[in-house]
Design a protein around this ligand. Structure first.
Ligand SMILES: [Zn+2]
Length: 256
């Protein structure tokens, strides 16, 4: 019944939780429309009321990639939650002072928002977001942080192609690995198109290390082929544009 489907029901408190802010937009007069990533419920979109205008603590907490604590209320059928009592745990504000870091924080948030599930548990994705915020604040190179996030968000969503099997014929592949430009999937010497690209041993080494280690343990240097390959895969599977990632490639350390 349409009538019951539109009935939003009583506001169910989901309780006090930690979240990483992924997106924040002005809404109506003094409200913010915010997307957050939580361990318990994945991506949740909601409205924080009467927080704009002036330097309210809640407005400061809504900075992209900040780690916050908040109360989430949501009706059974409501598309949007209501967010209350936003408090900062770890602010991303220091990253805003430098264009490269600001662009990286935006690209990381966008990747999480694009590939994390709405309204279902996302413990590992939440820990990833928290780790990347801490890493960027602690001096991890921005291009390393963005590549690490891209690889893990794709992997957690089941969208990262295995690199040892030809995507066309299924034979095993030895490094270096040729990839097809359409979607970044690996192809064997017999199947590869003339305009294929290559993941060198150093690229494959970084990708393998990133799967096993934390962000601060993968080193300061991003091998040259990794960012471009991850972008290929991201753009092939994303169902929308990724303007923050594009901005990072143009203006951030990821250019080239
Ligand atoms: Zn093949």
């Amino acid at each position: 019944m349409v009538a019951s489907a539109r009935y939003h029901g009583p506001m169910q408190p989901r309780g006090d939780t930690e979240a990483v802010v992924l997106d924040s937009l002005p809404y109506a007069d003094r409200h913010l429309l915010i997307s957050v990533l939580t361990a318990e419920s994945g991506v949740v979109r909601g409205v924080a009321r009467s927080v704009r205008g002036g330097k309210t603590p809640a407005a400061a907490a809504a900075q992209v990639l900040s780690l916050i604590r908040l109360e989430i209320f949501q009706g059974a059928h409501a598309e949007l939650a209501t967010f209350r009592r936003l408090e900062l745990i770890e602010s991303s504000y220091p990253l805003a002072a430098e264009l490269e870091l600001f662009a990286a924080a935006s690209a990381v948030s966008e990747l999480l928002l694009t590939f994390c599930p709405p309204n279902e548990p996302a413990e590992r994705a939440f820990r990833l977001g928290r780790m990347v915020l801490a890493g960027l604040l602690g001096g991890v190179r921005p291009e390393v942080a963005v590549a690490y996030t891209a690889q893990w968000t794709l992997a957690l969503a089941g969208l990262l192609p295995p690199l040892d099997i030809c995507a066309s014929c299924g034979t095993e592949i030895e490094p270096p690995v040729a990839t097809r430009p359409s979607d970044g999937h690996p192809v064997c010497p017999r199947c590869r198109p003339a305009d294929h690209r290559r993941l060198e041993r150093a690229d494959l080494g970084f990708l393998a290390l990133a799967r096993r280690r934390s962000l601060t343990e993968v080193g300061d240097t991003l091998p040259v082929g990794v960012g471009a390959w991850l972008d290929q895969v991201v753009h092939a599977v994303a169902e929308r544009r990724l303007p923050a990632l594009d901005f990072f490639r143009i203006h951030g350390a990821g250019r080239g």
